[in-house]
Design a protein around this ligand. Structure first.
Ligand code: FUC
Length: 794
């Protein structure tokens, strides 16, 4: 054997693994388990989870509108009672006011309602690829989700051939695109079939290498269609019956996959066009492009969003499998811990880009990924924390256009929510909903005693509208979209609040602090959420010149119980009565809404309230399920304790994170991913109380680092650098002319403010750790520490 041929035959086994992208989720095996090891891709409307098996690959896929239940399913009633519940409500109020409380079971009997045809988010199906048998050993196997490119790559060598599979979900082309290739010709041979659950009818046909499957869900008659196009380069492609294809000895194979339904986001029928035309068009357009072109367009689209924020907390590039990084976390190499944390942050942003793009539904409890026909909690939209948490990161981590599906969805809830207000509570103005909703306008109640009553849900959902305005300064959005919705949510409360006979304050009744204790009057989180809505709506009314509304809301606000009380052991009370148990470690901590995501508690101006919030956080402990820990990361950041926020983040990584980095409630629930990414941003910048606070909660574990592209309220974008636990430089860009009040941890006397383009030193009014200046619209400013370079500030 010549040296050359010896080398050639050793080559594949010696071949180094593909160089890793800088941010990645890495496995060295195919996924044995969808939930813990699958790698997710998505384009907002569609998602897929990549298993990457060598002999048998499974591409489980979803499209957000495939739901059972709703109109068309027998007995669907939107969760509304047959007879308006005004009387039952009056009775519940009477009992609570007379006896002080009402047990959840009794409350559910009075106000709850058996759920009918609520429905479940469905798996769309599974593309199964069975490869030709090959007994040679598999070497250098890798399955990598690149966060830089939004693509999964599976690579390995077998029998002297190097194989590569690329999987991406393109938003511009509206398809999932897969390419299978090998470094030798004629090596791709497989049989492809489509697997679908048996809760639907199915008709399949194959036309020019395209498998088309159509049918209806048995539950509600929802029509669906899937199209899967196979394009082989070299070799042969043939149909096997009308639902499978055989590809023999191809050099490479491209697969394009698309799916849709006749769902439309309109009350009351929620039906529109059959999806065929739209799918056909998208597939024909994508088919005419090369894979390289689809890939380039996908990358350009994705990277335009993803690269806006860079976080450097001292991580280094690593080829270690993510599961190993998780396992080793906090036991060895601190730099690798930073790698995991930085990757986890960017993974949250990746997941939102993959599961929330304009033109489809918002990210549900599992984003867009679900492999079941009966997923946990129906993979729906819980609105007592979960949907809201999904979107906390959108504004701060510079992905505001990903709010669009959320706004479309919440807008669509107003019409059924107005009927819900009437039928469930007897209120004839405004809208609301309760604990949970589906894609069918469910705005009524369920009967689960400890989780059915959350009339504050609409008020909480409305917060994101006002925040979107605060972050962007987009007054047209405020006037045309946010204000009408907020105003209508407020109208509900103006009618629903009652006077507390104990002190004459306006309160929510019945009120239920999730998901424990008794029904009472005026629990803290009810009051705080309503306060937040009324305050925001009042501000908006003033800004838009709606004086009449402003006055009305102001007088209600003046009488509203604020929901903020310091109790006997120094805690922020969960209920109006001082009954908190210091040993209660329940995962819900909604009575600190005022700290986050609300802004009633100002850590600088109200040190006593801050202390009370900390006492409550300490008592609740750092445990909880995934989303609960993520919320605590945000809360500790708002409590200005970065090291504690970081500790909770670490516990979330250790206890509530699966090998593929998905958050584990358990089971997999995506809110914890989004919430933790938001929490990291909250550690670096805060702007909720009229100040631009730079590095408000920097943890000890991140002594030096930098971040670019974070957003703050007021149309501000920020780049920050820090060294030895202290800010060294900030670049502040402002879209509009405004007064800016800065706060940092060090005295500002050490800093110079410069015009970023002209380099001219500008006046900064300094007072201790704060400083102020007038920013011009469309300008950037550099705040430079004298410790950072040679420049002397004075
Ligand atoms: C809320 C939480 C649960 C779960 C569910 C989807 O009700 O209390 O923990 O996250 O939503």
């Amino acid at each position: 054997m010549s040296v050359m041929s010896l080398l050639a035959c050793l080559c594949p086994t010696l071949m180094a693994a593909e160089p890793l992208p800088s941010m990645a989720v890495v496995f060295e095996q195919p996924a044995q388990d969808w939930e813990t090891q699958g790698l997710p891709i998505g384009n907002g409307a569609m998602g897929a989870v990549i298993a990457g098996g060598v002999e048998r690959d499974l591409i489980q896929f979803n499209e957000k509108t495939l739901w059972t239940g709703g109109p068309g399913a027998q007995g669907y009633d939107f969760g509304w009672p047959q007879k308006p519940r005004a009387e039952a409500l009056a009775q519940a109020r009477k009992i609570i006011t007379g006896q002080g409380s009402l047990a959840p079971e009794a409350a559910a009997r009075l106000l709850g309602q058996k759920i009918t045809a609520y429905g479940d988010y469905q798996t769309f199906g599974e593309l199964q690829l069975a490869f030709e048998k090959n007994d040679s050993d598999v070497r250098s196997y890798q399955r990598v989700l690149s966060l830089d490119n939004a693509q999964v790559d599976v690579t390995y060598t077998q029998g002297g051939v190097h194989y590569k599979r690329e999987y991406l979900a393109s938003y511009p082309d509206g398809v999932i695109a897969i390419k299978l290739s090998a470094d030798k010709p004629g090596k791709i041979s497989l049989r492809a079939t489509l697997g679908v659950p048996d809760n639907r009818s199915i008709n399949t046909r194959i036309e020019s290498g395209r498998l088309i499957a159509t049918g209806k869900l048995h539950s509600n008659g929802l029509q669906y269609e899937t199209q899967i196009q196979f394009l082989n380069q070299g070799g042969e492609l043939s149909a096997v019956g009308d639902n499978a294809l055989r590809i023999a000895k191809a050099d490479s194979l491209i697969i394009l996959l698309n799916a849709g339904t006749d769902y439309a986001q309109h009350y009351p029928h929620y039906r529109g066009q059959h999806p065929h035309k739209k799918l056909q068009q998208a597939m024909d357009t994508a088919r005419a492009k090369s894979f390289a072109q689809i890939q380039a367009d996908h990358r350009a689209d994705y990277q335009a969003l993803f690269t806006r924020v860079n976080l450097n907390i001292g991580q280094r590039s690593s080829t270690e499998p993510t599961a190993a990084l998780l396992k080793k976390y906090k036991t060895g190499d601190a730099q690798l811990d930073r790698t995991l944390e930085a990757t986890y942050f960017q993974f949250g942003r990746y997941l939102l880009i993959a599961s929330s793009r304009a033109g489809s539904l918002p990210a549900n409890l599992q984003g867009v990924w679900n492999n079941s026909v009966t997923p946990p909690w129906n993979a729906d939209y819980h609105v007592n924390i979960n949907l809201q948490m999904n979107y906390w990161l959108a504004e701060t981590t510079n992905l505001p256009e990903l709010m669009e599906p959320y706004f479309d969805f919440v807008d669509s809830l107003v019409e059924p929510g107005t009927i819900a207000a009437k039928k469930v509570t007897g209120v004839n103005s405004g809208w609301t909903l309760f604990l949970n909703t589906n894609i069918w306008g469910f705005t009524g109640v369920i009967e689960w005693p400890t989780a059915f009553w959350q009339p504050e849900a609409a008020a909480w959902l409305a917060q994101h509208y006002y925040e979107h305005y605060l972050f962007s300064g987009d007054e047209q959005f405020l006037r045309e979209r946010a204000y009408p919705l907020m105003r209508s949510a407020t109208d509900f409360w103006l009618a629903f609040l009652i006077k507390d006979p104990r002190d004459g304050k306006l309160i929510v009744s019945p009120s239920f602090s999730p998901e424990q204790g008794n029904f009472t009057n005026g629990a803290a989180m009810s009051q705080q959420i309503v306060f937040d809505l009324l305050r925001n709506t009042h501000e908006a009314a003033v800004r838009l010149g709606d004086k009449k509304s402003a006055q009305k809301i102001y007088s209600t606000l003046a009488q509203l119980d604020s929901g903020i009380r310091i109790g006997s052991w120094g805690q922020l009370q969960e209920w109006k009565e001082d009954v908190d148990d210091p040993k209660n470690d329940h995962r819900h901590i909604s009575h600190l809404f005022a700290l986050h995501p609300g802004r009633q508690i100002d850590a600088h101006k109200q040190p006593q309230l801050l202390q009370a919030a900390r006492t409550t956080l300490n008592a609740r402990g750092d445990g909880g399920t995934g989303w609960s820990q993520a919320w605590k990361v945000n809360m500790w950041a708002r409590a200005l304790d970065g090291t504690r926020a970081h500790k909770v983040l670490g516990e979330q990584l250790q206890r509530s994170t699966l090998s593929n980095l998905w958050d584990n409630h358990p089971p997999f629930q995506i809110d914890g991913n989004f919430g933790a990414a938001a929490g990291i941003a909250e550690m670096l910048v805060q702007s909720h109380n009229g100040e631009l606070h730079l590095l408000p909660a920097l943890p000890d574990a991140w002594p030096s680092g930098s971040v670019t592209g974070l957003r703050a309220r007021g149309g501000i974008t920020l780049d920050l650098k820090w060294h030895n636990h202290a800010l060294t430089e900030a670049t502040i860009s402002s879209t509009s002319k405004q007064f800016l009040q800065l706060r940092i941890a060090q005295p500002l006397t050490k800093f110079l403010l410069k015009d970023a383009t002209k380099g001219k030193t500008l006046e900064l009014k300094r007072e201790g750790n704060t400083g102020s200046f007038i920013a011009q619209g469309g300008s950037s400013y550099r705040l430079i520490s004298s410790d950072a370079g040679s420049e002397k500030p004075f």
